[in-house]
Design a protein around this ligand. Structure first.
Ligand code: F0G
Length: 379
């Protein structure tokens, strides 16, 4: 039987829209092609007439959107002859780097803030065989060290300052436009290092270009001009970025010294794509806003309990922020809204279990009466 229709990942799917040749060997785990789930219950619960979709990036092979960028970064690193990659991470980039390095048969070095990454992510980089360097510092320290050490050791940086990362991540917008047949009115997402919001914008700007040619039509941020190059802005969403209050450099107007939040994935005080992301929000007439840890956790629980979509805390910032802005009328009724939910809830079981103290969990004998009574008293 032919398997010509088998999905084989982003590089193959969007080869003509990415900086690869026809013969570039893709290092892939069949990432991308994630579900765009329409929320049924939450719009009703908040009593607003809106169409909300979540792009469930937690269903990527390592459980986060990072796989989109990592397939490109590692594909190019291998094409260019690199034997080792390195990144600083709050846990998801390191998981993805480790997995794609394993797939490629090269080495991965990952710097993570000791004690500040979720357990599942830790398990991933260990299982995939990365060299895990736990630093006594935060993500921003790790990022600085990675940039410095790259001059002194033969390693390719695969953080989002590697331009191939954003090229891979922009494909999320292609998939959304494909699925909806148009761009949404609003796109809401969590912001940490600020690469992803930048990549979304590049993707939306390119998505609706017919006869797209990478050489001619690719969109990039020109730092000197503080502008995105590219074509006419048609059919793009208003971009809304949400941060955790304790790690909100975009709300404070610059770097934050000691970022702190339960959403460890976005515990970042000095985003590498700060200016890019500011330009995205400016050009799309969007905004940044912040959520407290309590608001983030409430949104995480709500999405799980009312829609069956379990995401990690950072990811829930998008839906929590969107709901608040819909209720306030800042996002108008009648709008089509997409929220990127960036990582799988299973990554961080500790935080999930801690906030479920009121969940119904009974300890009973293995005995019919007790099982029956437990059911009948909890119907
Ligand atoms: N959501 C999750 C689950 C993340 O892991 C990250 C970033 C973000 C959102 C924010 O995306 O940085 O592009 O603005 N995680 C990085 C990491 C920093 O190391 O895994 P961003």
């Amino acid at each position: 039987m032919s398997n010509a229709n088998r999905y084989t990942g982003l590089v193959d799917r969007y080869r003509d829209r990415l900086p690869v040749s026809k013969t570039t060997r893709a290092i892939s785990l069949n990432e991308g092609n994630t579900p765009l789930i329409k929320l049924d219950n939450i719009p009703r619960l908040i009593g607003k007439n809106v169409e909300i979709y979540v792009k469930y990036e937690g269903l990527n092979p390592t459980g986060s959107f990072k796989d989109r960028g990592m397939t490109m970064a590692v594909t190019k690193a291998v094409e260019e002859g690199s034997k080792a990659i390195i990144c600083a991470s709050t846990g998801n980039t390191s998981a993805a780097a480790a997995a794609y390095a394993a797939r490629a048969g090269i080495k991965a070095f990952v710097l993570i803030p000791e004690g500040k990454i979720a357990m599942g992510k830790m398990a991933q980089s260990m299982m995939y065989g990365a060299v895990t360097l736990q630093i006594h510092g935060n993500f921003d320290d790790g990022m600085r060290l990675v940039k410095e050490v790259a001059d002194q050791a033969p390693v390719t940086i695969v953080n989002s300052i590697n331009p191939f990362r954003l090229q891979g991540q922009k494909t999320i917008a292609y998939e959304i436009v494909d699925a909806l047949g148009r761009a949404p009115d609003y796109h809401c997402l969590p912001v940490g290092n600020a690469g992803n919001i930048t990549a979304h914008w590049m993707g939306y700007t390119e998505a609706l270009t017919e006869n797209f040619s990478f050489e001619k039509d690719q969109v990039v941020y020109d730092a000197e001009a503080d502008a995105f190059t590219g074509q006419t802005p048609i059919g793009r969403p208003i971009m809304v970025g949400y941060q955790a209050s304790g790690a909100a450099p975009f709300l404070r107007g610059g770097p934050v010294e000691n970022p702190e939040t339960v959403a460890t994935a976005i515990r970042i005080g000095n985003p590498q794509s700060f200016n890019h992301a500011k330009a995205v929000v400016r050009d799309s007439n969007g905004w940044f806003d912040e959520l407290t840890d309590a608001e983030i956790l409430e949104a995480q629980r709500m999405l799980s309990m009312y829609e069956g979509v379990f995401v990690e805390p950072a990811s829930a910032a998008s839906i929590g922020g969107a709901i608040r802005d819909i209720k306030a009328g800042k996002i108008a009724e009648g709008s089509v809204i997409v929220c990127t939910v960036t990582g799988n809830g299973l990554k961080d079981p500790d935080t999930a279990i801690k906030q479920c103290e009121d969940a119904v969990m009974l300890s009973i004998d293995a005995e019919l009466n007790q099982v029956r009574d437990s059911i009948l008293s909890n119907m």
